[in-house]
Design a protein around this ligand. Structure first.
Ligand code: CMC
Length: 428
């Protein structure tokens, strides 16, 4: 028998069902609350609100656990790759060999964009932010496939998924390439997902380009680690837009915009800027650790601490290992790496940080790795978007298939004036 929660309001007792998640977390089902009591709930920032049931990603901040479809992120980072993990997130199971080959084929062979799309890049002003460009171009894909935008037709959804996964690296690389004045290259379908991205970013038509396998592996793992993080801001944006039965291109375009904000996808950039400041100031790391500890100084160590992870961020452990094994050799010319490692070591041994459970988060290392790979800082959130794409797709698809599908439409507590008389302009 399921639990109920009782509460008393204006002398009357009400019972509401209590639901239990597969991890044992409980939630009061308030769907009938307003109908039964006239009350609504108030929860800005959704601190205590479960917006959906989801079987995609589980995270437990206190224990530093992150599972995609039940599989620990550490195992996936070690044994899987971004494409296989994308399949897992979107379809719920690890693919068989045939399923994986077919998926890879589609995700590879839709990588070109319509030639007209290249003209869009000429239309933007000089050096636009690549997130604005990516979101605009992804949204515009809906105009090229306007007869295949049904959100209830399995085949149309399928091909849209393939198109999005295949084209986003091309769209993203073009947003950088344009700023360099070099021609927009065609994708190379003989390469892996991340090799192809690297070639479109850094290859030139006048000379051969061989993607560095260590760099490609680093990119692939970073994409995988960012692939989903349950109901975060951009994913919730994708779901909300999708809840109007809006197509996947438009929903993902909205997700890219939501990710752009500095409170969400922008922290890895802040880490690099902080490390640069420390370096420009004589690389006095201790001075900045002391500043971060000073209650009268607003300075914080960027890339430390997390709202949900109060033990450690499991993604940051994987990235740290990767920094040592893969990127340190590549990044030996990257002076910020040495500062970061020193900073991390001092902070991890310091009582202030230990007491407050402030550990390096995913952004502390990911920006460093991107920097070591010569990815420009304003492309960091774009890298995040490429990684998060399968998560957005999986969450959008789950929403469309949900038997309790409803348009998202929160209530509000109105705090404005009531019933005022209109005043003609000459009397104001
Ligand atoms: N450096 C120094 N002190 C810190 C830091 C930090 N990075 N983070 C928290 N603290 C201190 C804070 O001053 C407070 O101390 P006291 O108890 O003495 O007042 C205590 O730790 C608790 O801080 P809080 O602000 O209440 O913690 P929160 O859970 O609300 O904030 C956070 C989480 C991520 C916003 C915060 O740790 C922070 O600002 N970190 C730096 C920015 C950053 O790296 N953001 C990326 C987060 S991961 C991206 C994602 O997954 O979305």
């Amino acid at each position: 028998m399921s639990d109920t929660a009782q509460f008393v309001y204006e002398g009357k007792t009400y019972e509401l069902p209590v639901l239990e998640s597969s991890s044992g977390e409980k939630a009061i089902d308030i769907t009938q609350l307003r109908a039964k009591t006239g009350l609504i709930t108030y929860d800005p920032g959704f601190m205590s609100t479960g917006s959906c049931k989801s079987a995609i990603t589980y995270l437990e901040g206190e224990k530093g656990i992150l599972l995609y479809r039940g599989i620990p992120i550490e195992q996936l980072a070690e044994k899987s790759n971004f494409i296989e993990t994308s399949y897992l997130l979107i379809y719920g199971e690890l693919p068989t060999n045939n399923q994986l080959e077919e998926f890879k084929y589609h995700v590879t062979h839709h990588s070109m964009v319509h030639e007209s799309i290249k003209n869009f890049y000429d239309g933007f002003p000089n050096n636009p932010h690549p997130m604005a460009v990516c979101s605009a171009v992804v949204g515009s894909l809906a105009t090229f496939y306007q007869n295949e935008l049904s959100v209830r037709d399995e085949r149309e959804i399928e091909i849209t998924i393939h198109r999005l996964l295949a084209k986003l690296p091309t769209i993203a690389a073009y947003s950088y390439k344009k700023s360099t004045g070099q021609p927009l290259p065609y994708p190379d379908n003989t390469l892996s997902y991340s090799e192809n991205f690297l070639k479109m970013m850094f290859g030139k038509p006048c000379e051969p380009y061989e993607p560095n396998p260590l760099a490609a592996k680093a990119i692939d793992t970073l994409l995988l680690l960012h692939a989903d993080h349950e109901q975060n801001c951009s994913t919730s944006a994708v779901r909300l837009v999708g809840s109007s039965m809006c197509n996947l291109f438009a929903s993902v375009s909205a997700g890219i915009y939501a990710l752009w904000g500095p409170l969400h996808g922008g922290a890895n950039q802040a880490v690099i800027e902080m490390l640069q400041t420390i370096q420009d100031d004589g690389a006095n790391v201790k001075k900045y650790v002391d500043k971060a500890k000073d209650p009268n100084d607003p300075f914080r160590l960027m890339g430390f601490g997390h709202r949900v992870y109060k033990n450690f961020d499991p993604r940051s452990r994987v990235i740290k290992k990767m920094t040592k094994e893969i990127v340190e050799p590549l990044g030996s010319r990257e002076p910020l790496l040495a500062i970061a490692l020193e900073l991390e070591q001092i902070a991890l041994e310091d009582e202030f940080f230990l007491e407050r459970k402030l550990y390096p988060n995913v952004d502390f290392y990911s920006g460093l790795i991107y920097k070591a790979l010569d990815i420009p800082v304003n492309m960091f959130p774009v890298m995040f978007a490429m990684g998060r794409l399968p998560g957005w797709i999986a969450q959008w698809k789950e929403l469309q298939e949900d038997e309790s599908f409803k348009i998202g439409r929160p209530r509000q507590l109105y705090s404005g004036k009531m019933n005022r008389e209109y005043v003609p302009i000459e009397n104001r």
